[in-house]
Every structure is written in structure tokens, then in C-alpha cells.
Design a protein around this ligand. Structure first.
Ligand SMILES: Cc1ncc(COP(=O)(O)O)c(C=O)c1O
Length: 338
């Protein structure tokens, strides 16, 4: 029975979903959303804050500041509340409202940049804003998840060894790429491991991370408009790019089986399925990482109007359409119960 005194002390690291019967491939989906920050970013946040405290960079009176599409923001907000710091999250309009509310509920502040920068998109604009605030007040401490090696070290120390223990015969690992912290930590670990593992990066079409052209992306978490400095492609065996509409369809397929996940999980599952189709993978043991859960996306990925506005009316197949909603204002003539 786990009993904790600080929220960061709890993280479920041993839960996998077998996707064989839903997606027709032997993919074990590692669920990283079961902690008090609700995502894989708890590990990166804890590792970066611990290191900054050890190095004397973060001290009483410091104000943590970070550019985040949401999940790192929630994790840092939780840690700041737990350890007595203040935190300012700089994000952009794609950040979910519920994520922003969570950061504020934890006692911290959110700045939303409204205009992308000419060369670096929204990410460039967020980083410009962070830099300007840091230059204005020495109490700000910017951990910089895009450059901080403790981001990938968290996954080298925790995520990858947990997978290696659970799957000693692992053949392929699918990891979504945002800052590439999860990807680089796992890829570095498995390159040093006792047997070869193919590490496949999954990214969104429109992301520049692996050299593709920039394009519109609406799902937070994966993809970048500025190449992440911690990425070292020599550790990555393959890259697969996924259209957001395919990611959304994978999310709805999971949801129709009772598993409500975020958009990056749909992206990773869609990419993993496509890769296994292309590689005639047969009996491989494959793991994919699900970075968070679906509740934060009820107003976007799981909202019909949003989906149709962004991806068109036909984005979901006929079997995935949400059921007709009864008009609750008009009591049903046949309803007799209480
Ligand atoms: C929902 C979600 N998925 C995936 C990622 C990507 O993780 P990483 O930054 O380790 O590449 C993030 C990062 O914020 C995320 O929030």
C-alpha cells in the first residue's frame, strides 16, 4: 500500500495495455498518465528540479519559469506547490483550457503568447517571452526543457529501465517526440543494453524535429517548430511521421474500447501500427509509450465541433461517430424511472 507525503512520490510505472485485439499488432502500451501530474512529464520535471536544487540554482524565493504546451507546466506547477516555489508557465493558444486551469488551481500563473514568431512559430514566441522575463528579474529560474540534459536523464534512469525489466526480450520501442527527452533517454539506454532494440521516433506531420517542412499542428505534446537541441539522431533507428487526422482516429478507436488517451498516444499508436505493417514484423515484442490520458482533451480531440472544424466532417469513420445526443430539455415520453 503506497502512502505518500508529497505528490511526486507516486508514479505508476508498471501498467501496460495489450493492443493486439484492438489494433491487430502485438503492441504493449506503457501508460505514463497515472500520477498526480497526469503525464510522463512528471519524471522530467522532478529530475530537472532536483538537479537545480542540488546545484544551488533553485533557492527559496526563486520563481520557476518554463515554456510548455501544458503537461510539463502541470508537473512543474505541482512540484512548485509541493516544494514552496512560485511558477510561471508560458504557453500558446493550443494549450488546453483544463491544463491552464490545473496550473492556476495549483497556485501558479500562466502567460499565453498569442502570435507565433516569424521564424520559430509559437515555440519561438514562447521562448522569446521567457527570455525577456528572465532578463527583467534575476529571481526567474528557467530550467529549459529543450536543452536541459536532466530531461532525458529522467527517462534514462527511470522509464527505460522499467521497460527493460518488464520486457527483457524487447525488439522495438516506439516513442513520441516533443522535446525528445523521453526519446533520447530511452534511446541512449537501449543502445547500451545487452541486446539490440530498434528505437523508433514517432512525430507529427508538420513538425521540423527530424527535418520535415513546418506545417499546421493542433495536437499539443508532440512536434516542434524549432529543432530540439537535446536530439541526437544517431541514437534513433527510424522515424515515422503521422498525420494528425490518423492520430485522432487512433484516439477514438482506443476510446471505443474504453481507453481514453491524449492525442500524442493516438499519434504513437497510429505510427507504431503503420511501422509494424510496413516491416512485416511477425513475432516481435513491441512497446509504445502513452504520455498522458484523455480527460484534458474532452474539448478538442473528443469534441465533434472541434474535430470537424480542424480536420473536416469525415475525419471519423461511420463506426466512430459519436452517438446522437438525446434532447435532454424534452423529457422522454417513455422515461418512467427516477
Ligand atoms: C502529451 C505529451 N505527449 C508527448 C510529449 C513528448 O515528450 P518529450 O518532451 O519527452 O519528447 C509531451 C511533452 O510535453 C506531452 O505533453
Amino acid at each position: 500500500m503506497p502512502v505518500i507525503t508529497v505528490p511526486e512520490a507516486f508514479n505508476e510505472d508498471e501498467l501496460y495495455i495489450d493492443l493486439q485485439w484492438t489494433f491487430g499488432h502485438p503492441i504493449y502500451l506503457k501508460c505514463e498518465g497515472f500520477n498526480f501530474a497526469g503525464s510522463v512529464k512528471l519524471k522530467a520535471a522532478t529530475e530537472m528540479v532536483d538537479a537545480a536544487e542540488r546545484d544551488g540554482i533553485l533557492t527559496a524565493g526563486s520563481v520557476l519559469i518554463e515554456s510548455s504546451s501544458g503537461n510539463l507546466g502541470v508537473a512543474l506547477s505541482m512540484l512548485a506547490a509541493s516544494r514552496g516555489y512560485h511558477f510561471l508557465c508560458v504557453t500558446d493558444p493550443r494549450c488546453n483550457l483544463s491544463t491552464r486551469r490545473a496550473i492556476e488551481a495549483l497556485g501558479n500563473e500562466v502567460h499565453v503568447v498569442t502570435e507565433p514568431s516569424a521564424t520559430g512559430g509559437f515555440l519561438g514566441a514562447r521562448i522569446d517571452h521567457v527570455r525577456a522575463l528572465c532578463a527583467s528579474d534575476s529571481r526567474y529560474v528557467w530550467l529549459d526543457q529543450y536543452r536541459n540534459p536532466n530531461n532525458w536523464r529522467a527517462h534514462h534512469r527511470r522509464t527505460a529501465p522499467a521497460i527493460a525489466t518488464a520486457f527483457p526480450h524487447l525488439d522495438v520501442l516506439f516513442v513520441g517526440a516533443g522535446t525528445t527527452g523521453t526519446l533520447m533517454g530511452c534511446a541512449r539506454y537501449f543502445k547500451e543494453w545487452h541486446r539490440p532494440v530498434r528505437v523508433v521516433a514517432v512525430d507529427s506531420v508538420g513538425s521540423v524535429t527530424f527535418g520535415g517542412p513546418a506545417g499546421q499542428r493542433m495536437l499539443p505534446g508532440l512536434g516542434t517548430s524549432v529543432r530540439p537541441p537535446i536530439l541526437d539522431e544517431s541514437y534513433v533507428d527510424d522515424v515515422i511521421l503521422v498525420e494528425e487526422a490518423d492520430a485522432v482516429r487512433a484516439c477514438h478507436r482506443l476510446a471505443r474500447n474504453g481507453f481514453l488517451f491524449g492525442g500524442s498516444t493516438g499519434t504513437v499508436v497510429s505510427g507504431a501500427t503503420a511501422w509494424l505493417d510496413q516491416h512485416d514484423a511477425g513475432e516481435v515484442t513491441a512497446v509504445a509509450i502513452a504520455p498522458d490520458l484523455g480527460e484534458r482533451y474532452l474539448d478538442t480531440i473528443y469534441h465533434t465541433n472541434w474535430l470537424h472544424d480542424i480536420y473536416g466532417d469525415q475525419v471519423l469513420g461511420p463506426d466512430q461517430q459519436p452517438p446522437e445526443q438525446p434532447d435532454l430539455a424534452q423529457p422522454s415520453a417513455t422515461f418512467q424511472g427516477n
